[in-house]
Ligand binder design. Structure first.
Ligand SMILES: Cc1ncc(COP(=O)(O)O)c(C=O)c1O
Length: 474
């Protein structure tokens, strides 16, 4: 984004992002400045974002214009805001660094991603794929449907799970995130309601909201879904779509009970709701066992898949499985977004699916080992917390008791640890007292991270340090 074209954040959205920002122990302007700074550091507000006019934000928040002016002045003084006459106040980082992804470079340990490094067999798969390239050299590569042999391999994978599927029903995408974007564009019109699990995957919120969806949050506990409440919401509100992760939900790790799957699929059909089933995390079984895919219960379900979590995120390979008419609609709209997925990665993905049982066996051992290590670290260093031991997925969804994770994220940064406040997984500031703790790291990194987290939690907990943690600007 060029400094000449700052992106404005509306007062309404900023108020939503701010959530519950007031602090009883802080002057209002400081608490507001601290929260805006956290939103910037957390990547929820981008560098160059233009903040609302003082009067407009004051009116929305029910505080005086002077309070907003003082908060902006404090941010400016600390190097987080620049103001240019005539073009308002823009967020920036001290020293001119860019926000979002770059922030990780300043942290020794980055607990913000629930991923693993590449499957160790990846170089062999690439080497084999390169040998196979000559067979594809005549192809243009501008193929928005995807390499036929990969679509066949993906379809065979569904057939193996008891879900009849043809390769025509598969679209290869550049990851599941891209898949969700394409499905959102094809399915959801601005203003339509979409049921989401709450908490849920933060980038899915971003995609759905950018498609104009009105989100209908449905609570999920680490123990699972309240299926009758979900069915009731579907009946009452008839949302256009429902975005769900039935297996090892990100971030809670919860899975939809086998007996509830048919119920959910049936209720969605009855309410005219298309279920968008994100199975990106479904491969991450540690000790749960296979469950039936929702697409087995209804022909209307759209399923998203990815090799990102088990093979390698950097391959950027995912897919959509959808009913034929929807496949046609997605394909008709796709070329406005991109013109296909890289062919070498599609060949690698085909080979990875051939070897998927060994890939999953390797990951299962790795996941079990790292989950158990993280759980024992939490038990040892956070006796006041009770970890919910997940049976799959890549993270613990830890309740932090009295500790605000917005404050914790700030204190952790000072300890060289990057974490995501729980609010990123909720709407309207929910889940400030939950922390997603990913375990896809080495033992050494998990140990160092938990020790840094302990120091940060102690800092947030002590009243004098609490003032410090919320006091970013003076
Ligand atoms: C639930 C969920 N969906 C989608 C994605 C994005 O997957 P991909 O890397 O294939 O785009 C992720 C990645 O973290 C995820 O956790």
């Amino acid at each position: 984004m060029s400094p000449a074209t700052p992106l404005p954040v509306s007062p309404a959205r900023l108020v939503r992002e701010l959530g519950d920002w007031q602090r009883p122990d802080q002057p209002t302007y400081r608490a507001l400045a601290a929260r805006i700074r956290l939103l910037l550091l957390d990547g929820r507000l981008a560098v160059d974002t233009r903040l609302p006019a003082e009067r407009d934000l004051g009116a929305r928040l029910g505080v005086s214009r002077n309070t907003i002016a003082a908060a902006y002045a404090a941010l400016r003084e600390a190097g987080y805001l620049t103001s240019v006459r005539g073009s308002g106040s823009r967020l920036c980082l001290p020293g001119g660094a860019r926000g979002g992804a770059d922030l990780g470079r300043t942290s020794a340990i980055d607990f913000r991603r629930a991923t693993f490094t590449a499957y160790p067999g990846i170089t062999d798969l690439y080497a084999e794929a390169v040998e196979r390239i000559p067979a594809h050299i005549e192809e243009s590569g501008y193929d928005i449907h995807g390499l036929p042999m990969l679509r066949e391999a993906v379809a065979a994978h569904y057939v193996g799970r008891g879900i009849p599927t043809t390769s025509e029903q598969i679209i290869v995408t550049s990851g599941a995130q891209h898949a969700l974007h394409l499905v959102t564009r094809a399915l959801i019109r601005p203003g339509e309601r979409v049921l989401i699990e709450h908490p849920s995957y933060a980038h899915a919120f971003d995609t759905l909201i950018s498609g104009g969806a009105r989100l209908l949050p449905q609570p999920i506990e680490p123990g699972g879904w309240d299926i009758s409440a979900t069915v009731d919401t579907l009946r009452r509100t008839r949302p256009a779509a429902g975005y769900v992760m039935p297996d090892f939900q990100n971030p809670s790790g919860a899975s939809l009970a086998e007996e509830d799957r048919r119920t959910l699929a049936r209720a969605a059909t009855q309410s005219g709701t298309t279920l968008i089933v994100d199975e990106t995390t479904s491969w991450l079984d540690i000790d749960r066992g296979e469950r039936t895919g929702l697409a087995a219960f209804s022909g209307d379900v759209v399923t998203l898949g990815s090799l990102g979590k088990v093979v390698w995120g950097a391959m950027r390979i995912g897919w959509i499985r959808a009913p034929r008419p929807l496949v046609d609609r997605i394909l008709a709209a796709r070329s406005a977004v991109d013109l296909g997925t890289a062919i070498l990665e599609q060949i690698v993905a085909t080979l990875a699916l051939r070897d998927i049982e060994s890939v999953l066996g390797f990951r299962r051992t790795q996941l079990r080992d790292s989950r158990d290590h993280l759980v024992s670290l939490i038990r040892e260093h956070f006796p006041e917390w009770t970890p919910h031991v997940v049976d799959g997925g890549m993270s613990l969804w830890q309740h932090t008791g009295q500790v605000s994770t917005l404050a914790l994220a700030d204190a952790a940064r000072a300890e060289g640890l990057a974490i995501i406040p729980g609010t990123r997984f909720g709407v309207d500031g929910a889940f400030d007292h939950h922390l997603r703790l990913p375990f896809g790291y080495t033992h050494a990194d998990l140990t160092a991270g938990v020790l840094a987290l302990r120091r940060a939690a102690d800092a947030v907990g002590s009243p004098s340090a609490q003032r410090r943690a919320f006091d970013p600007v003076v």
